[in-house]
Each structure stands twice: as structure tokens, then as C-alpha cells.
Design a protein around this ligand. Structure first.
Ligand code: S3P
Length: 173
């Protein structure tokens, strides 16, 4: 990674579908960092998809596992590009760990831009509703202050390609 980074871990936060993992993969390639998606780590530990786990055990059980994984990954001493789940900021412990231990970029994207991109995506349990854009607006209302509190940098990504968004982050870092 670049010398100017203040921590070995760079974390991306933002709404579901804001591009955390696609942009994260691109950045990891550019910076020669290991890429880790916390949702993927969680699914490996659970041995099933997050969607199945949500349905079977409920959201709180998922959040417990998520906090455990974020605690571990945020403390990594080797360089890591960390893509997180959209709800990671809901717990105060996660916000504190991410902000204190990692360099956090909030990918700020409009609900409308996300809804357009996610049409036909059935992997996100929180967006399996009649009007995903409305759901995303509700999520943003609840979470935006939490994203802003956790982030060191805010990156506007609506209308940008993955490459353009990655470039914007590189210029901020
Ligand atoms: C969630 C977002 C998901 C995943 C879980 C909960 C949320 O990750 O962690 O389904 O609460 O916003 P993505 O942001 O990658 O969709």
C-alpha cells in the first residue's frame, strides 16, 4: 500500500450495493494489498450464506458474529483492504474499532443509484422488499450519521465507474 496510509488496514464502509467489494478489489490490486470481505469471512465461519443464517438465527446472532470478525480483522498488523457489510456501523464497538485502528473510507452513493445497480440481486436479505430504493433511503437516514462518525474520508461514488471511484480514493489516501 501507499506510504501515506495511517494504518495497515484500509476499510470501506457504506450502504449495501455502494461498491465496497468491487472498488475494494480494484484498490487492493492497485496497492498490492490483500483483499478481505468481512461478509465472506463470516460465511466461511458459519458454513452457510448470511441470508440463510439471518432467516434461521435472526439478525442479532449475525451481528454478534460480525462484531467478532471486525474485531479480529481491524487489528491485523499486516496490510489489508477490508470490505465490510453495510450494517457494520450499527454497533458502537465496530465503529470505535474501525475508526481507531484502520483508515476508513465511506463510499457515499445515492439510494437511487444503488437500487438501479442492484435490480435482480437476491443475495441481500435486507433488500428483498417491494421498493428497494425506499428501503435504502430508510437505511441511509438511520445510518448516515454512523457512517460519517466512523469514516476518516467521504468518497462520493454516484455515477462513477469502479475505476474512477478507486482513483478518487487513491487521491485522498
Ligand atoms: C447488511 C449488509 C450486507 C450483509 C448483511 C447485512 C446490512 O452486506 O452484511 O446482509 O445490514 O446492511 P453488504 O453491504 O455487502 O450488502
Amino acid at each position: 500500500g501507499p506510504a501515506s496510509l495511517r494504518a495497515p488496514v484500509v476499510a470501506l464502509i457504506g450502504l449495501p450495493g455502494s461498491g465496497k467489494s468491487t472498488i475494494g478489489r480494484q484498490l487492493a490490486r492497485l496497492w498490492s494489498m490483500r483483499f478481505v470481505d468481512s461478509d465472506h469471512v463470516i460465511e466461511q465461519r458459519l458454513g452457510c450464506s448470511i441470508r440463510e443464517f439471518f432467516e434461521r438465527e435472526g439478525e442479532q446472532a449475525f451481528r454478534d458474529m460480525e462484531s467478532q470478525v471486525i474485531d479480529e480483522l481491524s487489528a491485523s498488523t499486516s496490510s489489508l483492504l477490508l470490505s465490510t457489510g453495510g450494517g457494520v456501523v450499527l454497533r458502537e464497538q465496530n465503529r470505535r474499532h474501525l475508526h481507531a485502528r484502520t483508515q476508513v473510507f465511506y463510499l457515499d452513493c445515492t439510494p437511487e443509484a444503488i437500487a438501479a445497480r442492484l435490480r435482480n440481486d437476491v443475495t441481500r436479505p435486507l433488500l428483498q422488499v417491494e421498493d428497494p430504493a425506499l428501503r435504502l433511503r430508510e437505511l441511509l437516514l438511520q445510518r448516515e450519521p454512523l457512517y460519517l462518525e466512523t469514516a476518516h474520508f467521504v468518497i462520493q461514488t454516484s455515477g462513477l465507474s469502479v475505476a474512477q471511484a478507486a482513483q478518487r480514493i487513491r487521491m485522498q489516501a
